[in-house]
Design a protein around this ligand. Structure first.
Ligand SMILES: Cc1cc2nc3c(=O)[nH]c(=O)nc-3n(C[C@H](O)[C@H](O)[C@H](O)COP(=O)(O)O)c2cc1C
Length: 319
């Protein structure tokens, strides 16, 4: 296959032979990944290569017991990573900026582009690949299992190996739905019907909707992932108004919260009614939590921290 064919005729592989990938091919594949473009050359990603063994088994289990994670010669975890960048700045006496939102955005983009280079290079050499978003089912536990430092968050898994199947290329949305010219074109009923018609072969019963419903409708798999992702992002320092230490404190007390808003909801659910944000004489944030018969005060360098201190006093440890 020529280079373009490997991209236009590819499909994900989920059945693998037990053969390993020779070291020479692995070096080429990883060199292709490392040559991926990145914003400001910052390379805000890390590729974690997971050997076969207990760690791989635990990650396969956390990813929804996907057999191809165990069978493939290689399993990589793609990490969004600003930890190394911060180390590099500190190494030369600079203070890293406070930019949790753009850090997450650009680090996820860098990790996805590097992973895509890795995948395309592996496919060009004749290997099969499959991305493993199932790793996000319990991303908080993956963070703990891999002992990731703050500033590092899993983006996806990626298996690579010698294929034992060559599935037909799977359908895609019509070009005019995904490529717009000059302005964003809103979708007509005809467009939406064309989308379902084009994607129909992807569903077992010739219907795309059950798959979309399973992941993206109310009560679907993505909703379940979302709160867990929020918590992991907060613990890893990527949530602007919710300091990692506050998220960790609440977590240890059995009250998982991935944002300041979720923490406030927990407080209100715990019977506290009044939440008064303020600032002290030295610029510190203060928060008062009040019930009719009680009040608790917290103090910290940000409203999130102050709220966490007040919440610590107000919410008991859960069994
Ligand atoms: C970010 C991402 C996450 C994915 N997660 C999984 C997964 O957990 N398990 C799996 O078997 N396939 C996974 N896939 C593969 C998709 O199901 C597949 O790409 C899609 O159905 C289109 O099929 P094709 O790649 O064969 O064209 C994932 C793909 C992407 C890009």
């Amino acid at each position: 296959m020529d280079r373009l064919e490997t991209m236009t005729q590819r499909s994900s592989v989920r059945k693998f032979k037990p053969d390993p990938i020779p070291e020479s091919d692995l070096r080429v594949i990883l060199a292709a990944a490392r040559q991926a473009p990145s914003d400001a050359s910052a390379q805000l990603y890390t590729i974690l290569r997971v050997s076969k063994g207990e760690l791989r088994q635990r990650l396969a289990h956390l990813s929804g017991d996907q057999q191809h994670v165990l069978d493939a010669a290689e399993f990589f975890v793609l990490l969004a990573d600003v930890h190394r960048l911060e180390k590099l700045l500190e190494h030369r006496g600079e203070s890293p900026g406070r930019r949790p939102r753009t850090a997450l955005h650009f680090a996820v983009v860098d990790a996805a582009i590097a992973g895509s280079h890795l995948a395309v290079a592996a496919e060009a050499l004749g290997y099969g690949i499959c991305w493993i978003g199932g790793l996000l089912n319990r991303v908080d536990e993956v963070v703990r299992l891999l002992n990731l430092p703050r500033g590092v968050l899993p983006v996806s898994g990626l298996v690579v190996g010698v294929p034992a199947e060559r599935p037909q290329p799977r359908p895609r949305l019509p070009e005019k739905l995904v490529v717009h010219q000059d302005h964003y074109r809103e979708y007509s009923d005809a467009d939406l019907n064309a989308a379902y018609a084009a994607m129909a072969p992807i569903g077992r019963r010739g219907d795309w909707l059950p798959l979309l419903r399973h992941y993206f409708a109310r009560g679907g798999a993505m909703e379940a992932r979302d709160a867990i992702y929020g918590l992991a992002a907060a613990l890893q320092g990527f949530v602007a108004d919710w300091p990692p230490a506050a998220a960790e404190t609440l977590r240890l007390r059995g009250h998982d919260a991935g944002s300041l808003g979720e923490a406030i909801e927990k407080v209100l659910g715990g019977g506290w009614r009044g939440i008064l944000f303020g600032s002290g004489p030295f610029g510190e944030s203060t928060v008062w939590l009040e019930k009719e018969t009680a009040a608790e005060r917290g103090e910290g360098s940000t409203p999130g921290e102050a709220l966490a201190r007040a919440v610590e006093a107000a919410l008991p440890v859960q069994d």
